[in-house]
Design a protein around this ligand. Structure first.
Ligand SMILES: Nc1nc2c(c(=O)[nH]1)N[C@H]1C(S)=C(S)[C@@H](COP(=O)(O)O)O[C@H]1N2
Ligand SMILES: [Mo]
Length: 316
């Protein structure tokens, strides 16, 4: 177990009987192997959405470090943003069900000493971790999601960044024959996102390969997607195919579509309104009423130092 971020793991031993905790830990330990083969199976050319977890997790077991209960599998996989398929959140699951990722490989290139293309099996060799993170969409809704995956930093260090590298650009697949809105619209596909290198190397920055210990379903970004919990959800690009280290800040999908509304940094900030709505509160899916939005989505003690000297009242 990683020490520094131990508090970001579920405090399971405090809130569940030891027996349940140990069983689940043992299960997760086996995950590296289990999810490896399961992921490969998920790549077989079939049109079935993966099943929900065999057993519903014991009530209260999955909580974030603030004590918030995780959203259900059903919430997390039936209320999605995935504009390659549709803008209707409840239709993503159905429309993405037949998406066939094929023999997925991730090209890591640009300002690195060891450019490399990774197969999924190789990526699953990076230490797999569980992280229960809040996801705050720029549209002012949120969820708590138990991801499994590895730190993006592990991948970046493996390709040895050059000292000239300052940013990391991440791109999804271009597959208009499978993704109806790529064929239908003139949006700047493929969906591209980026981070500053120090953000990408931050230990909270995850490449998720699973959800509730199951392989990532298509609607969640199979076979792998970024998760940056202190930023608005649109930064957490799904179905990553290509990662490039660059000297200059990369152009991004939402910034290209509406630069005055969606900045590059996009840190969750209740004090900076979206031009068309307030960001002060949010609707947690599955709850009545609204919650206060937290600065950096509640991860300020971990990440605020990355932005020292930056004017946080600006929508970057
Ligand atoms: N490729 C791609 N990634 C994407 C999006 C998208 O439309 N396409 N939407 C983003 C937005 S706006 C959000 S809020 C999150 C939603 O992730 P979820 O559907 O797993 O909750 O995915 C992000 N990643
Ligand atoms: Mo979003």
């Amino acid at each position: 177990m990683e020490r520094k971020y131990r508090h970001l793991q579920p405090a399971a031993d405090e809130i569940t009987p030891k027996e349940v905790y140990l069983n689940r830990r043992d299960f997760l330990k086996a995950m590296g192997i289990v999810s490896g083969s399961a992921l490969l199976a998920a790549c077989a050319p079939r049109g079935e959405a993966p099943p929900p977890p065999a057993a519903t997790p014991p009530a209260g077991e999955y909580r974030d470090e603030l004590g918030n209960r995780a959203n259900s599998w059903n919430d997390i996989t039936h209320y999605n943003n995935y504009y390659e398929f549709t803008t209707d959140k409840e239709d993503v699951a159905t429309l993405a069900a037949n998406f066939d990722p094929g023999d997925w490989r991730v090209e890591v290139t640009g300002l690195v000493h060891q450019p490399r293309t990774f197969g999924l099996d190789e990526l699953l060799r990076f230490e797999q971790k569980e992280r229960i993170y809040r996801l705050r969409c720029v549209e002012a809704w949120s969820m708590v999601i138990p991801w499994t995956g590895f730190e993006l930093g592990d991948l970046i260090r493996a390709v040895e960044p050059m000292s000239s590298a300052r940013f990391v650009k991440m791109q999804t697949i271009m597959a208009p024959e499978q993704m109806p809105r790529q064929a239908r619209t003139r949006d700047p596909w493929p969906y591209t996102e980026g981070l500053r290198l120090d953000e990408a190397l931050h230990p909270l920055t995850l490449i998720a390969t699973g959800l509730y210990g199951e392989p990532l379903p298509n609607q969640s970004g199979a076979p792998l997607r970024l998760v940056v919990p202190w930023k608005y959800g649109f930064k957490s690009v799904k179905a990553i195919l290509r990662i490039e280290l660059t000297a200059d800040m990369p152009a991004t999908f939402w910034n290209a579509l509406a630069p005055q509304e969606y900045g590059f940094y996009a840190n969750v900030n209740p004090n900076v309104d979206h031009p068309r709505w307030s960001q002060r509160t949010e609707r947690r899916i599955g709850e009545l009423g609204r919650r206060d939005t937290l600065m950096f989505n509640g991860y300020g003690s971990e990440v605020a130092s990355l932005y020292e000297g930056m004017d946080l009242t600006v929508n970057y």
